[in-house]
Design a protein around this ligand. Structure first.
Ligand code: FAD
Ligand code: 2HG
Ligand code: ZN
Length: 475
């Protein structure tokens, strides 16, 4: 774009959203750099509309000027999907100002919220009405529901309540042409043709901009208890998962696994957090039991489960949190692993899913491959075992320089890990999405038929390739 065209577009955008909400100067790193500090872009402008109509007008203005748009919520994504590229020609459309709760329908167990609403605020709004909005991620203090739906986020409650997709009943979307699709249905049943809602969920801003959503709510459990268990191996963790399903039924709302090295990073970088039981065991498991009867009932169920698990040898030691503060401390340890890893240095992330029963063998095989390739490599294993979703991350050998490690090994490590994922019938992205990070790998691992259907959808909904180009798919 010429300088004149850029200045004209900026002026049009100012006329739509007001001068204060078109940012072109100063420190824009909060919008231009990702959470992992791996992508550093340069925006033509950051635009912060306040209404759906303003979003539609911004999209029309950008499309007319030939500028592409990067939708952005909290910018906590892990795959380089929400920053502009380095060209200085992309507009970041931040949904931050669209944060209203439009409606909460207690009878229908739904709430309709704007896309820029911070996840924690959604949870709080539901709690105030005695209800539960179960989506829960460590980034919940800054990620937005628009970003959660854009990525089809998972988190720690999926084993019971499903992904963001499963929690969404309806959407309002601004299309790539700047039209508004009003699909804010609160219906649990609606078989009237193709499911447009599910096209936009998980599309990472490449098909349109989600401006509002109707989300499901649930009754608040009477009691929620947390336990921390030491397990002798991943095989035992999988056995424990089976037992937990049998003993707790729908009460099982969280089942997270954490490897010893992952926990040692938390202990090293956040010594004020006291990590229980990890020093003498290769893995720990965090379990959550949500009960609609009473705390006493939940505790008895947990005790019976842990007794059976210890008798069967799949748990060697365990603690059950005595109160809410202790429970929060245990969850905080788990949620600190990504931060501890970041403190340790740049690293390679793999957010993969494998059938749960195959996870132990996958880890054995893949650990051996990587250790042979890179002597001393440090493997950080943790994640949502209850969903078959492992964060199989790779850190440079101790004392090694992280940047040099990444440039020498990242591509090779990714190829080895994803080939192994493929052998075990898994997916290369369980919850973080594709973004820029995995475009090449998706092309390699997705079938040509699937890729062509995805491209056909992209071409049909965004023929000018205005929406987040280069992410997810190459056209
Ligand atoms: P952004 O990062 O701003 O955007 C993410 C993608 O969605 C981009 O492609 C963007 O273009 C698109 N997008 C954003 N808003 C919209 C919109 N309104 N319409 C259309 N597209 C849009 N993720 C998990 O799934 N599970 C976890 O457990 C988890 N834990 C995390 C822990 C930490 C410490 C951190 C930093 C991140 C974690 N994440 C996790 C990743 C991240 O928080 C999620 O992907 C989250 O859903 C992103 O929300 P966001 O608002 O920050 O979106
Ligand atoms: C989590 O489960 C997030 O904590 C982040 O999905 C995972 O840092 C990671 O690899
Ligand atoms: Zn995760």
């Amino acid at each position: 774009m010429s300088e004149l065209a850029t200045a004209t577009l900026a002026a049009t955008l100012r006329a739509i959203v007001g001068d204060a909400h078109v940012l072109t100067e100063g420190d824009l790193s909060a919008y231009e750099v990702d959470w992992r500090k791996r992508y550093h872009g340069k925006a033509l402008a950051v635009v912060r509309p306040a209404t759906t109509q303003q979003v539609a007008d911004v999209v029309k203005a950008c499309a007319a000027a030939g500028a592409s748009i990067v939708p952005q919520g909290g910018n906590t994504g892990m795959v380089g999907g929400s920053q502009p590229d380095a060209s200085g020609t992309q507009v970041v459309l931040s949904l931050q100002r669209m944060k209203a709760v439009r409606n909460l329908d207690k009878g229908n167990l739904t709430m309709t919220v704007e896309a820029g609403c911070i996840l924690q605020n959604l949870q709080d709004a539901a709690t105030q009405e005695g209800l539960l909005f179960p989506l829960s991620l460590a980034s919940e203090g800054s990620c937005t529901v628009g970003g959660n739906l854009g990525t089809n986020a998972g988190g720690t409650q999926v084993v019971r309540y499903g992904n963001a997709r499963d929690l969404c009943l309806g959407l309002e979307v601004v299309t790539a042409q700047g039209e508004v699709w009003e699909g804010l249905s609160g219906l649990r049943k609606d078989n009237t043709g193709y499911d447009l809602r599910d096209l936009f969920i998980g599309s990472e801003g490449t098909l349109g901009i989600i401006t509002a959503a109707t989300m499901k709510l649930y009754p608040m459990p009477a009691a929620t208890l947390t336990a921390w268990a030491a397990v002798p191996s991943l095989d035992h963790a999988v056995t424990l998962l089976g037992l937990a399903h049998r003993h707790l039924g729908a009460g099982l709302t969280g089942f997270e696994v954490m490897g010893q090295f992952a926990l040692s990073l938390v202990s090293r970088h956040f010594p004020q957090q006291r990590v229980p039981l990890y020093q003498d065991t290769p893995f720990c498991v965090l379990l959550e039991n949500s009960d609609h009867e009473s705390e006493a009932h939940a505790r008895t169920q947990f005790e019976q489960l842990l007794e059976a698990a210890m008798e069967g040898g799949c748990v060697t030691d365990a603690v059950v949190a005595g109160n809410l503060t202790q429970a929060h401390q245990l969850w905080h340890i788990r949620e600190s692993i990504p931060l501890a890893q970041a403190e340790e240095g740049l690293n390679i992330k793999h957010d993969i899913s494998i059938p749960v029963s195959s996870i132990p063998e996958f880890v054995r095989v893949t650990d051996a491959l990587l250790e042979r390739e890179i002597p001393g490599v440090r493997l950080v294993n943790f994640g949502h075992l209850g969903d078959g979703n492992l964060h199989y991350n790779v850190q440079a050998p101790s004392g090694g320089e992280a940047k040099a490690f990444l440039s020498q090994y990242e591509d090779r490590v990714n190829s080895l890990v994803y080939e192994s994922v493929h052998q075990f019938n898994g997916s290369i992205s369980a919850e973080h999405g594709v973004g820029l990070l995995k475009v090449d790998k998706l092309e390699h691992h997705k079938s040509p038929v699937a890729l062509e259907m995805m491209r056909a959808i992209k071409r049909a909904l965004d023929p000018q390739n205005v929406m987040n180009p280069g992410r997810v798919l190459r056209i």
